[in-house]
Design a protein. Structure first.
Length: 98
């Protein structure tokens, strides 16, 4: 049986998740992922054609009504700080605050 996941794919997924995987962890992780993905692959072979899905009965919905929303001042009134109509927040990206 062909491998579902290989070392290259594992390294790619780990880099996307910003995980560092040591060489001694890689074999165990590959084996665990192979087992998990194998079980998931088995689900595709299950015949679900006789399964009846139960959906709630649709009832009449209320009609949409257009109402006035909040003004900008009302919507942003609780903000701790504002400048030029925008909320001012602390810089979290490491640059200088303006």
């Amino acid at each position: 049986m062909a491998a579902i996941i290989d070392s290259k794919t594992l390294e790619h997924v780990a880099s996307l998740a910003r995980l560092e995987i040591s060489p001694d962890q890689e074999d165990k992780l590959l084996n665990d992922l192979e087992n998990i993905l194998g079980y998931v692959a088995q689900l595709t072979s299950i015949d679900t054609s006789s399964v009846v899905t139960k959906r709630p009965a649709m009832t009449e919905l209320r009609p949409d009504e257009v109402i006035d929303g909040l003004t900008r001042e009302q919507g942003l009134g609780g903000a701790p700080a504002m400048r030029d109509g925008f909320v001012v927040v602390r810089n979290v990206m490491g640059g200088e605050d303006e």
